[in-house]
Design a protein around this ligand. Structure first.
Ligand code: ZN
Ligand code: FE
Ligand code: FE
Ligand code: ZN
Length: 270
């Protein structure tokens, strides 16, 4: 099935196009199911700790918009010719547990747990590349994987987002981090989560999907379900590289995809 479970909306402040245009593009491309997973509001604690040069409203939706986000997706779903799931891409920051519990009060189909911040800096933002120099890539990777492991252990999330995101700007984690990736994936497995194949990496300096083929093989070996997501921030990105992603999944042995409804996973044909 051609499904795209990682679609943003302008409510996060850095995507463009109306939600119905994203849906229209999905239908035009013949996708069989989509899910919106816009950036969940950052908890107050994160706002106090995280350093940013841009306003918080340009990286995630403000808290007051969460209810209208839910309404917008639910309204689209009522007239859509294909199933539309309600999701969120939720930042895992260690002090945000209470917040995530609050998010779960809405009727979400799935939550993507993503780590974009380590020790209060956004490592996937171009403006913080200098910080990567200072902080060190090895330290970034170790801390990042600790957080992913912790994120999975909270059992609050359904899908692990862009698993090897620190490679975004082209530097790739080598074999040194295999054990830490394995530990993180075991936590993902134990939590009953899926891993997303995020195709946006093919359009970044990394020039490969998240996670890498080697990591996907490890996911398959551990029998971890997978979803697909384009990480679309504009309508024309919906479904990007989807066929390439499905071919990659088949190559490593997958025959099924995970779809979610109210946090319940159903396997559908790949
Ligand atoms: Zn975004
Ligand atoms: Fe993300
Ligand atoms: Fe995203
Ligand atoms: Zn993302």
């Amino acid at each position: 099935m051609a499904l795209d479970y990682h679609i943003h909306t302008p409510l996060c402040g850095h995507a463009r196009g109306r939600p119905e245009e994203y849906l229209r593009e999905a239908v035009r491309r013949g996708l069989s199911e989509i899910g919106f997973a816009d950036h969940a509001p950052l908890p107050e604690e994160a706002r106090r700790h995280v350093r940013l040069s841009v306003p918080f409203e340009t990286i995630a939706m403000p808290w007051e918009r969460l209810a209208s986000y839910v309404r917008i997706v639910e309204r689209l779903r009522r007239t859509s010719p294909i199933p539309v799931r309600l999701g969120l891409e939720t930042d895992y920051v260690p002090y945000s547990r209470r917040f995530v519990t609050a998010v779960l009060e809405h009727p979400f189909d799935y939550l993507i747990g993503s780590v974009h911040f380590v020790d209060h800096w956004g490592f996937d933002q171009e403006e913080f590349l200098f910080e990567q120099e200072r902080y060190g890539f090895g330290r970034l990777m170790r801390r990042y994987l600790e957080l992913v492991t912790e994120m999975a252990s909270t059992r609050l999330f359904d899908v692990a987002g862009h698993l090897d995101l620190p490679k975004k700007f082209g530097r790739k984690p080598d074999r040194r981090f295999d054990a830490a990736f394995r530990r993180a994936l075991k936590a993902v497995k134990l939590a009953g989560m899926a891993v997303e194949l995020n195709t946006s990496g093919w359009d970044r300096p990394a020039a490969e999907a998240y996670p890498s083929e080697a990591l996907l093989r490890l996911c398959h070996e551990l029998d971890i379900p997978v979803t697909l997501g384009s990480d679309a921030h504009s309508p024309e990105e919906v479904g990007r590289h989807l066929d390439r992603g499905r071919r990659l999944l088949r190559k490593v042995g997958y025959r099924r995809l995970a779809s979610f409804r109210r946090h319940v996973l159903t396997a559908v044909p790949l």
